[in-house]
Design a binder for this molecule. Structure first.
Ligand code: HEC
Ligand code: HEC
Ligand code: HEC
Ligand code: HEC
Ligand code: HEC
Ligand code: HEC
Ligand code: HEC
Ligand code: HEC
Ligand code: HEC
Ligand code: HEC
Length: 310
């Protein structure tokens, strides 16, 4: 009995001693030496995946910046040898450090071939490693420097940003569709680094109803949605490249019924120079779409379907 109690006491003492001894060592382990002078840089990463593996020597800091031994020994007087993230470095030099850990990520497979890497854009052009994080627990690391991804892209892609502000647009600025829903910012072998193998596949990923198959298809739809639509934004309704009927008239100059203005009495102004009371149905309201309302393809029987009428 006494023996056992004594043994328990000894173990308990040993354990608490061990705890007391190890506690400061653990604290030291999580606070890298760099923290003494670079508190902000440490705070911004310490609760993220990047700070997690840090040690007393600032191992994680050095994995992105380079060898800081002399820098620390000289108390910051000597620079970090070849700081990989230094301002004057090329994009490739900066990104190399990141790729030493992230190269295995499936999404980064075509980084080198992508337009960004080839145009001196670096990982840190989009990713804000030391970004100010207000609530590091709720938001451990910001993937991009701002909440709406498109704002980051828009700093460089001003024309695309402008397009997204036109009356008809994908709800990108509204935060419902992201640039990266359609593009892989890390590079892809497709036209314009689109994520899917073709533009149409990209569109079908959300607009599955346009995939068909239709009993009566409309060839340009099957070929390329962008024959009629623009992806980012348009001044014409429904992201159309042009307004109807002009859009249709690019390809349809004549048919069983002419597709262009017939004569003056079927336009807005009659032969007498006065507005006509019954202008052609081919121009008013939804124009061609008044009748050809199944523009992406129709399953209606016989001639109605054939002529893309519901
Ligand atoms: C005793 C203070 C001190 C410590 C400890 C320290 N630094 Fe510094 N560090 C400085 C000072 C001062 C500068 C600014 C030097 C300058 O502006 O030229 C600096 C600059 C830097 C820079 C920017 C260099 C550049 O090219 O702009 C990096 C990166 C850096 N330190 C990383 C580290 C890392 C990583 C550690 C830990 C391994 C560390 N520092 C530890 C004082 C320190
Ligand atoms: C995941 C990579 C990464 C890690 C880890 C990292 N940094 Fe940085 N650091 C960067 C990048 C990239 C920059 C360039 C500025 C930017 O884009 O945020 C930078 C900039 C700096 C600068 C230059 C001054 C400034 O704030 O712009 C200092 C100093 C610095 N880091 C210190 C540290 C210290 C200290 C640690 C560890 C506690 C650390 N960094 C960890 C990537 C990293
Ligand atoms: C020492 C290895 C290492 C280096 C170097 C490194 N990272 Fe990381 N990174 C990690 C780890 C570990 C995580 C957290 C685990 C994860 O989510 O993959 C992470 C997470 C990330 C994330 C968040 C991933 C997500 O799921 O949201 C981004 C973005 C990122 N790193 C970018 C960078 C950039 C940019 C650089 C270079 C400036 C860099 N990393 C350098 C190891 C590294
Ligand atoms: C043009 C902007 C841009 C550049 C450049 C960029 N990224 Fe990203 N990255 C993003 C965006 C946007 C996301 C989020 C994608 C999403 O939400 O699906 C992301 C996501 C990530 C992720 C998380 C991927 C996952 O598995 O979920 C990692 C890791 C990452 N980036 C690392 C890097 C590294 C490393 C580099 C440089 C080699 C880099 N990024 C360059 C914009 C960029
Ligand atoms: C709905 C899908 C989709 C979204 C969302 C999207 N894009 Fe695109 N983007 C495309 C397609 C498809 C093309 C290819 C156009 C072509 O082949 O002519 C393209 C082309 C581009 C191009 C090449 C130049 C150009 O204007 O044609 C850039 C740059 C671009 N997008 C950037 C962005 C940015 C930045 C965002 C977010 C603000 C974004 N895209 C959102 C589908 C999209
Ligand atoms: C630091 C500036 C910068 C940022 C930020 C940036 N890009 Fe780019 N992007 C470029 C440059 C430079 C090119 C190559 C030249 C060009 O085609 O405009 C490019 C090319 C592209 C292309 C290919 C265009 C083509 O014609 O093939 C797409 C798509 C693209 N970026 C999308 C994005 C998306 C999505 C984001 C945000 C996640 C983003 N970019 C953020 C600078 C940037
Ligand atoms: C990530 C999902 C997604 C992808 C991919 C996508 N869209 Fe959309 N699209 C949407 C959403 C969401 C809306 C808005 C729907 C709404 O407001 O009811 C929309 C709306 C539209 C509209 C109607 C716009 C308007 O002003 O009413 C058209 C046209 C359109 N998309 C065409 C395309 C084309 C063409 C592609 C391929 C380049 C494409 N979409 C790819 C999600 C997507
Ligand atoms: C021949 C021209 C043309 C082509 C090609 C085309 N569209 Fe359309 N699209 C239109 C017209 C015209 C409208 C407006 C219809 C209306 O207002 O009734 C429209 C409307 C839309 C709309 C919004 C209204 C709706 O029906 O949901 C979406 C989404 C859309 N198209 C997606 C696509 C996709 C995806 C593709 C490629 C598979 C595509 N379009 C190819 C002409 C075309
Ligand atoms: C990019 C070219 C292009 C555009 C733009 C286009 N079409 Fe077509 N359309 C075609 C082709 C090609 C056919 C197949 C013709 C054939 O089979 O003889 C077709 C077929 C049709 C048919 C069925 C005709 C038949 O004989 O089977 C109708 C109706 C039609 N289009 C209406 C429209 C309308 C309305 C618009 C505008 C909203 C439009 N098209 C825009 C290329 C286009
Ligand atoms: C009032 C209804 C109506 C309007 C408006 C209309 N169409 Fe038609 N369209 C038809 C009908 C019905 C047919 C079937 C052929 C027939 O019976 O003459 C047809 C046939 C067609 C064909 C196939 C012709 C052929 O010779 O094979 C094309 C192409 C076409 N229309 C394009 C257009 C375009 C472009 C517009 C707009 C400028 C338009 N349509 C406006 C009702 C209309």
């Amino acid at each position: 009995m006494h023996h056992r109690l004594a043994a328990k006491l000894v173990t308990a003492c040993a354990l608490s001693l061990a705890f007391l001894w190890s506690a400061p060592a653990m604290a030291q382990g999580t606070e890298p030496v760099c923290n003494k002078c670079h508190e902000e840089n440490n705070d911004s990463i310490k609760s993220t995946g990047h700070g997690a593996g840090n040690d007393a020597n600032g191992k994680a800091c050095q994995s992105c910046h380079g060898d800081a031994t002399e820098h620390v020994a000289s108390r910051g007087k000597k620079p970090v040898v070849g700081d990989k993230q230094a301002k004057g470095n090329t994009g490739a030099q900066k990104s190399e450090a990141c790729m030493s850990c992230h190269a295995g990520n499936r999404q980064l497979g075509f980084w080198e071939a992508g337009k960004h890497a080839q145009n001196d854009v670096s990982c840190s052009s989009c990713h804000n490693i030391h970004g100010k994080v207000k609530n590091p627990i709720a938001q451990p690391y910001s993937t991009t420097s701002r909440t709406i991804e498109a704002d980051t892209c828009g700093t460089c892609h001003k024309q695309v940003r402008n397009a997204t502000m036109k009356p008809s647009h994908h709800p990108i600025l509204e935060g419902k569709v992201k640039c990266s829903d359609c593009h892989n910012p890390h590079g892809a072998l497709t036209q314009a680094m689109v994520k899917h193998e073709s533009v149409n596949q990209q569109c079908f990923s959300c607009h599955a109803d346009k995939r068909g198959p239709f009993m009566f298809g409309h060839p340009p739809v099957e070929e390329n949605c962008l024959s009629c639509h623009t992806p980012h934004g348009s001044s014409h309704g429904k992201l159309l490249n042009e307004k109807v009927p002009n859009l249709c008239q690019d390809c349809h100059v004549q048919g069983r019924h002419p597709t262009a203005f017939y004569g003056q009495n079927q336009a807005w102004i009659g032969a007498n120079g006065q507005p006509v009371t019954t202008p052609s149905t081919r121009f008013i309201s939804r124009s061609c779409l008044n009748c050809h309302n199944s523009i992406h393809g129709s399953n209606a029987p016989t001639n109605r379907g054939r002529y893309l009428i519901r």
